[in-house]
Design a protein around this ligand. Sequence first.
Ligand code: ADP
Ligand code: ASP
Ligand code: MG
Length: 417
Amino acid sequence: MSRLVMKFGGTSVADLERIRNAARHVKREVDAGNEVAVVVSAMAGETNRLVSLCREASLMHDAREYDSVVASGEQVTSGLMAIVLQSMGVDARSWLGWQIPLRTDAAHSVARIADIDCRALIERMGRQQVAVVAGFQGLAPDNRVATLGRGGSDTSAVALAAALGAERCDIYTDVDGVYTTDPRIVAGARRLPKVAFEEMLEMASLGAKVLQVRSVELAMVHGVRTFVRSSFDDPDAPQTGPGNLPVGTLICDEDEIVEKQLVTGIAYSRDEAKITLRRVEDRPGVAAAIFGALSDAAINVDMIVQNVSEDGRTTDITFTVTTADYERALHLIENLRTQVKMESVTGSADVAKVSVIGIGMRSHAGVAAEAFKALAARGINIQLITTSEIKISILIDAAYTELAVRTLHSIYDLDKT
Ligand code: ADP
Ligand code: ASP
Ligand code: MG
């Protein structure tokens, strides 16, 4: 008998019929003798609706009240899932974050999990009661509800799996695994049977929203075997395929992957904006003043490029931020012009970042050159480049996002054969 965490995302609990289908997956695992904790998201579209209501109520809303509003979506689905399970003869009860308690830090609306006290859950699960946990929420130090950032139910699930010492964390979603790129953009994308933690971390951070970044970090740190699979599969179908797992993608240690590819996947993000400062005075402390001010305002800077200008006395600096931070960052730089001299500040939110990811790149040269050549052949201009050991990111005009993703997907032989 083993412990299992099963997480169902928004589309998998979008209505009662889907909740019933998800519950049949749960019943199958309970009948097989597993101790099960289920983590649910809000019904598809519900969190967006709640976020919009908060914005409509006031643009400058209190983050603690925002949390109280948006966490309600998961309260509904956890209760409904418990009711449906009970109606199928499965003992179950719902748990809100504060009831467990799942404690977070104080960063309302983007909180991180600090600690999960699993004693009550373990005791009930040991008596064959399914624990249905409301994802995305916890209890902050101020004794108020906190939420974990969009997509946070993945993180609730992985953290719970780590705390429970679960054998596996199954992430049930609307695709049957992690693909070489977003299957909604490239029809020829292939499902990957296994992805290394490190690669998945890059893919998630660079835009593949199939898993929240923080959930992959936790899975990597705690060695949680995380299995991404479809909730639309027949719950009663045989559960073992090749490698003793059904169809899906296992996120696991690099050592478990026998066939290593040069490139594993292509990710993209349209949530990017670029800011360029021209002819900034070139003296020690200037970069510190600019990026220090952005960091004090909690604005995350991603790509940075600095060029020395022709006269050698000034420099051009370009960097990227998320679209949500774009206006604020521009405003902040404008204010900084009293301290740091610069000729102009310009920016654009019409940019996208496309990334090539693969642990195989560590030991191979030429991957980047091939990407640049292919993009050039399609007339796609490269605005910025950053690289790490296992990825290359390229900033381009947003209008070319899909073309760039498809182009890169085909040149590294990722298309389905
Ligand atoms: P859930 O509601 O179950 O949490 P999400 O919408 O958050 O589901 O994540 C699943 C979606 O992620 C898929 O429908 C797919 O469009 C998108 N996605 C982006 N990149 C990938 C990828 N590389 N592999 C699989 N899905 C991806
Ligand atoms: N319901 C939350 C969201 O839409 C959390 C999640 O689905 O993971 O972001
Ligand atoms: Mg999600």
